[in-house]
Design a protein around this ligand. Structure first.
Ligand code: ZN
Length: 405
């Protein structure tokens, strides 16, 4: 029977997501004490943090629209106790300690692993990559990086950050971000982020790290080795000697493996005895080449280096680990920007920008685990991200059952 205005809607609700986050993802104490840096306030920081997280899930991505939402009759259904204004959100996020939210994200992900969210995967990967977001033409903040064209003319500023995400498990879950402003670099930010991630998640949480060619440098490869993570990184012309050796070896050879993946035919070449370049302290370098033939005739070819021994990881498995890097682009940055508001600056102050990015990550983690792992166990089937959003809005607008929690 179709639900009517008089009958409460059954199914997922914002309050159920709140209970799930508190009790199944170990976030209860975080939502009570999320690192509030304000000296005096009668509005609990946890209420505002939860409103931002639910706002991201509901695709309400500006502080002004959140103010509207928490002043609407939907507020109790969201699990937010009292209304507040956009200025209170700006003031609070400018003063929150980001480390508290980063630790909460790591705790939720460790709990998800204990809850067997990744149990069907042989390897848990971490992918790292940088991006820019939050284009602005306002007075620059300390994270603003000017956008300069070929003529030297400035066209506003962008805010850059490096993200690290769990990949390769069928469930892409972002872990942390590290911003970098003018004078800093993606490469330096990624090294800080990697060290913090391993400290927060624990040394045995993940099985490998995957990154694009910016990360196939000796210092970064040594840093991942020191962190106890095997690495898979793209080889391009940034490593001319290795790239030339790979061409000399593989170009005249037939592929060692050929298989069909969906509509595509994939050819693989794999050898583990390439010489390291002079600054790399590895005895040898293993390189995998794949050539993917699409049905429309296009051919995609790429080379990846690794320190995974061939005995431990076959060529097809290594191909999958290399391909898992795309998850940080697609389910990380693209979803983060197009669905969860990562592109939008709510309040142009560096700490507030960072806190909102971290809360966006937390919203993505909670939404995906709730939708794909928790709800999946019920009799609803799997909701798509958009179906869940529609359902939550409908439930917020329908008559709520008495609040018994
Ligand atoms: Zn700025």
């Amino acid at each position: 029977m179709a639900p009517t205005a008089a009958a409460p809607l059954k199914g997922p609700r914002a309050r159920q997501i709140q209970n799930y986050a508190c009790h199944c993802l170990a976030l209860k104490s975080y939502l009570q004490q999320p690192g509030d840096g304000r000296a005096h306030s009668h509005i609990p920081a946890g209420d505002m943090v939860w409103a931002v997280v639910m706002g991201r899930i509901l695709r309400v991505t500006s502080f002004l629209r959140l103010e509207w939402l928490v002043h609407s009759p939907a507020r109790p259904g969201l699990g937010v106790k009292a209304p507040f204004g956009d200025d209170a959100l700006a003031y609070c996020t400018e003063r929150m300690d980001p480390e508290t939210t980063r630790l909460a994200l790591a705790a939720a992900l460790r709990q998800a692993k204990r809850n067997k969210a990744f149990e069907n995967s042989r390897f848990i990967g971490l992918a790292v990559d940088g991006t820019g977001a939050g284009r602005t033409y306002k007075e620059p903040c300390s994270l603003c990086d000017p956008v300069i064209d070929a003529q030297g003319v400035v066209h506003g500023s962008l805010h850059h950050f490096v993200m690290i995400s769990i990949v390769g498990t069928g469930l892409t879950l972002p872990v942390d971000v590290e911003p970098y402003g003018a004078g800093d670099s993606e490469y330096a930010a990624a090294q800080r982020l990697l060290a913090r991630t391993v400290a927060h998640l624990g040394p045995r949480f993940a099985d490998y790290l995957v990154g694009d060619s910016e990360y196939s440098t000796a210092p970064f490869l040594h840093a991942t080795e020191a962190a106890g993570l095997p690495v898979v990184a793209r080889v391009k012309e940034n490593l001319p000697t290795l790239a030339a050796a790979v061409r000399a070896r593989f170009d005249g050879q037939p592929p060692q493996a050929v298989f069909q993946e969906g509509d595509d035919r994939v050819e693989l070449w794999d050898a583990d005895d390439f010489a390291p370049w002079e600054t790399l302290r590895w005895p040898t370098v293993r390189v995998l080449r794949y050539r993917q033939h699409k049905r429309d005739g296009t051919v995609i070819q790429a080379e990846w280096l690794t320190n995974f021994p061939i005995q431990k990881l076959g060529s097809r498995s290594l191909y999958r680990l290399a391909k898992s890097r795309w998850e940080i682009e697609n389910q990380g940055f693209n979803d983060g920007k197009n669905r969860y508001g990562m592109e939008h600056i709510c309040h142009h102050a560096p700490n507030s920008i960072l806190i909102v990015w971290l809360l966006t990550l937390l919203a993505m983690v909670i939404e995906r685990l709730y939708r794909l792992r928790y709800l999946h166990r019920g009799d609803h089937g799997v909701y798509s991200a958009m179906e869940l959003v529609m359902y939550l809005w409908l439930s917020l607008m329908s008559r709520s059952p008495p609040d018994t929690s």
